[in-house]
Write a protein that binds this ligand. Structure first.
Ligand SMILES: [Zn+2]
Length: 79
């Protein structure tokens, strides 16, 4: 390997997940913080959980609530 062009490699880098799970891996950073890992990702847990770190779903649900309040008492078209 050429010297000076490669980032430092940490064979025992610690990964810390938002769910509390930690494990070690090889990486170019000594510590990696992540929101999702193989212990809590819906694909591995089988849960129908929405991964929504940016709060987009929450924002949408709030908007939906507001809209429903606005239509209360109003005539709803049959369909
Ligand atoms: Zn996790």
């Amino acid at each position: 390997m050429k010297k000076g062009i490669h980032p430092e490699y940490y064979p025992q880098a610690q990964v810390i997940c938002g769910c509390g799970n930690t494990f070690t891996t090889g990486a170019t950073k000594p510590v990696i913080k992540t929101d999702i890992c193989s212990a809590c990702h819906p694909f591995f847990t089988g849960e129908q959980r929405i991964v929504d770190t940016a709060g987009q779903v929450e924002r949408f649900m709030r908007r939906l609530e507001k809209r429903e309040e606005g239509t209360k008492g109003a005539k709803v078209r049959g369909g």
